[in-house]
Ligand binder design. Sequence first.
Ligand SMILES: N[C@@H](CCC(=O)N[C@@H](CS)C(=O)NCC(=O)O)C(=O)O
Length: 208
Amino acid sequence: MQLPILYSFRRCPYAIRARMALAYAGINYELREVSLKNKPREMLDISPKGTTPVMQIFFNQVSIVLEESLDIMNWAIQQNDPLNWQNLSQESLELTKYLISVNDHEFKQNLDRYKYANRFPERSPEFYRQQGEKFLQILESQLQKQDFLIGDRQTNVDIAIFPFVRQFAHVDLDWFGASAYQRLQQWLTWHETSTMFQSVMQKFPVWK
Ligand SMILES: N[C@@H](CCC(=O)N[C@@H](CS)C(=O)NCC(=O)O)C(=O)O
């Protein structure tokens, strides 16, 4: 049987969370590293919207294509869920959904404006950073209560959000390190030093 194929861009936060979920589930796949400036025809043929990650899964004669990182994460966890991430209380499931939704919409928008502030000269980088901090405050208050975002162990919500917080922190590490978000700093370091993250950040040449 043909291995699933993942079109991925190493530093893309959406691709990182997909790869982390695939690593969690222990799924074997072929990684095709993409250049966003020169996307391969094979990827655009199956996913014309042209964003990474894209996963193609094969069954005998047919294949299905997952074009959203959250769909790839969910598919991976459905295949194999060693730490029972699917079996959460209704409250935890709702919180997971809420946090990911704020991350993927408001926070991502503020992250982009903060990171590429020169493209958004209407306001200062500090303004965009403060907008982004509203989400950091929510995360920090969760982490004041427990070690991970919805409890005392890592679940998919941590993986889904971590790569975006990482990008935000790395815009100005001195600022982040001196900020009041101490629990968030610990949480970020825990993820950055985890075997799961390190294993998915291995470098691959662009696939041809
Ligand atoms: N909603 C998509 C967003 C994916 C996305 O926007 N990926 C970026 C890279 S991080 C991308 O491919 N952008 C298109 C481009 O830069 O041409 C998902 O969750 O997979």
